[in-house]
Design a protein around this ligand. Structure first.
Ligand code: BES
Ligand code: ZN
Length: 888
């Protein structure tokens, strides 16, 4: 065996060869926060499982100074010897280092020692530097972000989730700073202006979860009922902003202990806000890192939406401490096991802590985003083949998170009763999860392992049912027709392009008729099925709603008769909020796909005139933005009427909410107020614009004015930006002033996502250029790109091309670059534009953006078809006139 090995066989492989398994890492690092260099040495205890002349492990951007292995050879089993490799090959392309030995290393235990140097980079991955201010001075901190495959940029390792090992970490740092890692400190030795900090050895875990942070921070501290110490670390002087997250974390840990029937596995939990951070948060074992906006909450200046974001992100990352960290996916193909589950479980926790937020209704935002992405031919299955580390970043997407979470919800509602009512009444699904966690703790699992446990727990054919949802991309649309008291169902794959895909699913169909007590459910296994519902409807023409409460991951297309009955049911307020949401959302998707006229969609929207529910109105707003844009592309003369129609639709709920909070009002009203006022401002409602500007002036005079509380600030900023033009830049410049003066991430984000919403393309350009200036952290620029106004789209595309080299340099190695592409490209609606984009990227694409680029181009084609089908709607202008005048 060892004789036939050659270097080439280790190249371009998706996974490392299995000659040896790491058992324990003894890692010593010395970061220099001034020069931004670090030196490291690692001793890895390995099990050599087959005799080999090569040891292959991951390393990237590290300068290896020395390497050797100490092991007992087969010949002299009683004495260990140290052998240096005859050659060290660095294969940069594959991020591996191959240690070649003159003689084969024997089977058995060995200790591999490697000394090396590296750089604290500016790319927000690996071992990197983040910049913060202390007493007006800029300082560097050292931070790690290793998921999915960047531990290799900090130390040579078997950088795969299944290669679990223990970690003993030691840091040498300046004596005045704080150093944190996954485990508690066990020893601190000072020598001069340096100190050596050793952390307790970790339980076995994957490399992507190892973490270190070195810098100056304040903290707040709490404790779980088990006595686990929980801390939230913040900027110096801002410890108060950590209190909300601390409170949520302590409660959540107690809940998860119950759900998973397993205590939190580590002795402590630290959570820390990092000023430069690519993702929203990262679940490192025992040391969770966050963007500031996802962890910190300021009572004076953070909004209700910010509060919900903090709670959700904390609940999500803490779910990973079990689901991901204790039980880890075997390979990135099963990433959704981590992300889909953490997403779903976070709703259980947040719902339990904040029942008045009705997050299970808000969950539909997750489902609809999953459906939206999965309606593309360029989508991918939940379980996706990964052939190279560079492909992993792109699957942290709405399929893994949102479709993943949604299919779990679908399964849970198929298997068990409603989500549990109180902490002690766990559903069967949650009980099965606990046995899954127990069975695979300190180990790895695949998708089928989870189904196995659920199948055992429920006695249902979970494996077969779920394979159709995780192994193929896409989802079905169920067309339903009524003939007296018989319903006819037909499933076909839904594609937003209007094409018919050839997928087929096992669909858990639920329906109710006339009331939520009259229900039926069955599994639709074939393409066609009929069902007699005489027992539900008798001879009456009652409304019939499929996918009750939208727990299924599919869409429904009703025949005209059923659609009309549902429209009346919405007007009569007979349906649940989730069902009102679903009917709107499916109709919107069908309209985009050319399966439902825009007139019908608008008529349906007019049925929501008395809507009060946050999640439904919020989706109504999202849909109206998209409809207004596409209608303007289809026929400019429609644009004003469409806007007026939406203004009419939103005016009365907006008037009820007003600009200032009422005493004791709900969290959901607080969130709704901001969204609805912003929509009115964008659609051109004069009253909202002038009120927004007026209140903004008051805010400029006094940052604590009660006239512009945090929940309405974004709406006021957007209103102000609608009035800005090249000849009158007062609003724009005032916003920049607030941006520069504020040191609250959430405030800065609000401003960035307003600046480019201006109808004047010249201002949009200025805003976009500002995003790339040194005043905006590279983590934040995408907010501005995603907010570009309809009028600014062309400008944004030009800007993207002109700045592409710079953008690649700053973002090219991370996943944020994909957001630039989708935000700029997807809004277009002509085949010519698609061709232009394709041409630009012809020689600029690469593995890490390929999928996003294809998806964005597909969206352009979908928009183009949509525009064409709208142009063919002869009666649209007429219908719209009637709707605007209130005749429908
Ligand atoms: N594991 C991810 C962080 C991550 C994302 C690492 C992408 C590498 C690439 C983390 O658990 C996560 O999912 N964070 C979310 C927030 C969450 C509430 C959905 C995020 O970063 O947006
Ligand atoms: Zn996650």
């Amino acid at each position: 065996m060892a004789e036939n090995q050659s270097l080439d066989q280790f190249k371009a492989q998706p996974r490392l060869p299995k000659f040896a398994n790491p058992r324990r890492y003894d890692l010593k690092l010395k970061p220099d926060l001034v020069s931004c260099k670090f030196s490291g040495s690692v001793s890895i205890t390995i099990d050599v499982v087959s005799e080999t002349r090569f040891l292959v492990l991951n390393a990237a951007e590290l300068e290896i100074d020395r390497a050797s292995i100490v092991y007992r050879s087969a010949a002299a089993a009683d004495s260990a010897k140290e052998v240096r490799p005859s050659d060290v090959h660095v294969v940069e392309e594959d991020e591996v280092v191959v240690l070649e030995f003159g003689e084969a290393v024997a089977v058995g235990e060995g200790v591999l020692g490697i000394g090396y140097e590296g750089t604290l980079n500016d790319k927000m991955k690996g071992f990197y530097r983040s910049v913060y201010e202390l007493n007006g001075e800029k300082r560097n901190m050292a931070v790690t972000q290793f998921e999915p495959a960047d531990a290799r940029r900090c130390f040579p390792c078997w950088d795969e989730p299944a290669a679990k090992a223990t970690f003993k970490i030691t840091l040498e740092v300046p004596s005045e700073v704080l150093a944190l890692s996954n485990m508690p400190v066990i020893q601190e030795n000072h020598n001069g202006h340096l100190k050596t900090i050793s952390f307790q050895e970790s339980p076995i875990m994957s490399t992507y979860l190892v973490a270190m942070v070195v810098g100056l921070f304040d903290y707040v501290e709490g404790q779980t009922t088990d006595g686990i110490k929980v801390r939230v670390y913040c900027q110096v002087g801002k410890a108060n902003q950590g209190k909300l997250a601390l409170d949520v974390a302590v409660k959540t840990l107690d809940l998860y202990k119950l759900y998973f029937a397993t205590p939190y596995p580590l002795p402590k939990l630290d959570m820390i806000a990092i000023p430069d951070f690519a993702a929203g948060a990262m679940e490192n074992y025992g040391l969770v890192t966050y963007r500031e906006t996802a962890l910190l909450f300021d009572d004076q200046h953070s909004a209700a939406a910010n509060k919900q974001r903090v709670a959700t992100v904390v609940a999500h990352e803490l779910a990973h401490q079990w689901f991901g960290n204790l039980v880890t996916m075997e390979w990135w193909t099963h990433l959704w096991l981590n992300e889909g589950f953490a997403t779903w479980v976070s709703y259980l926790a947040v719902d339990s802590i904040f029942p008045e937020w009705k997050v299970w209704t808000q969950f539909l935002d997750e489902t609809t985003d999953g459906l939206r992405l999965d309606g593309l031919a360029e989508s991918h299955p939940i379980e996706v083949e990964i052939k190279h580390a560079r492909e992993i970043d792109e699957i942290f997407d709405a399929i893994s998170y949102r479709k993943g979470a949604s299919v779990i919800r679908m399964l849970q509602s198929y298997l068990g009763p409603a989500i549990f009512q109180c902490g002690s009444q766990l559903t069967d699904v949650v009980k099965s999860l606990a046995s899954y966690i127990k069975k695979y703790a300190y180990s790895n699992a695949k998708t089928e392992d989870l189904w196995g446990v659920l199948e055992e727990g429920s006695g249902e054919p979970v494996q077969e049912l779920m394979n159709s949802w995780t192994k193929q991309k896409g989802y079905p649309v169920i067309s339903v027709k009524v003939e007296g008291h018989r319903l006819e169902f037909e499933q076909s794959q839904f594609l937003s392009s209007g094409d018919r895909g050839d997928g087929q699913w096992i669909v858990p169909i639920t329906l109710c008729s006339g009331s939520y007590d009259a229900r039926k459910n069955f599994l639709l296994q074939k393409k066609l099925e009929t069902l007699d519902i005489a027992d539900l409807v008798g001879n009456q023409k009652k409304w019939i709603k499929l996918n009750v409460d939208q727990t299924g991951f599919y869409r429904v297309k009703y025949d005209d008769d059923l659609a009309a009955r549902l429209r009346s049911a919405i007007e009569a307020n007979d349906l649940s909020a989730a069902d009102r949401f679903g009917i709107l959302d499916d109709s919107f998707a069908l309209s985009m796909a050319g399966k439902l006229s825009l007139s019908s969609l608008l008529r349906l929207m007019s049925a929501y005139g008395r809507e009060v529910e946050y999640t439904v109105l919020s989706n109504l707003i999202t849909v109206s933005y998209k409809v207004a844009r596409i209608a303007a592309d289809a026929a400019t003369e429609l644009a004003d009427d469409i806007k007026q129609f939406f203004i009419n639709l939103f005016q009365s709920p907006a008037e009820k909410l007003g600009w200032e909070p009422r005493k004791g009002e709900s969290h959901l009203d607080a969130m709704l107020r901001g969204e609805i006022l912003a929509a009115l401002a964008v659609f051109g409602h004069d009253g909202t614009r002038s009120e927004g500007v007026k209140r903004f002036r008051a805010f400029l005079d006094d940052r604590n004015t009660p006239l512009l509380p945090p929940d309405t600030r974004k709406a006021a900023y957007v209103a102000v930006m609608q009035t800005v033009s090249s000849s009158d830049k007062w609003g724009y410049e005032s916003l920049l002033r607030i941006y520069r003066e504020s040191d609250l991430g959430q405030e800065k984000t609000r401003i960035l996502s307003s600046l480019t919403s201006c109808p004047d393309p010249a201002i949009v350009r200025e805003g976009l250029d500002f995003l790339l200036s040194s005043e905006v952290r590279s983590q934040d620029a995408v907010f501005g790109v995603a907010a570009v106004s309809k009028e600014g789209c062309e400008t944004a595309w030009k800007w993207l091309q002109e700045n592409w080299d710079h953008i690649v340099k700053t973002y090219g190695s991370g996943f944020l670059i994909t957001r630039f592409i989708s935000a700029v490209v997807s809004p277009f609606s002509s085949h010519e534009k698609a061709a232009e984009v394709e041409q630009f990227f012809a020689n600029r694409s690469k593995a890490s953006i390929e999928r996003t680029l294809k998806q964005s181009l597909e969206r352009v084609h979908i928009n183009t078809n949509w525009v064409q089908s709208i142009r063919q709607e002869k009666s649209l202008a007429e219908v719209l006139k009637q709707l605007v005048s209130g005749k429908y």
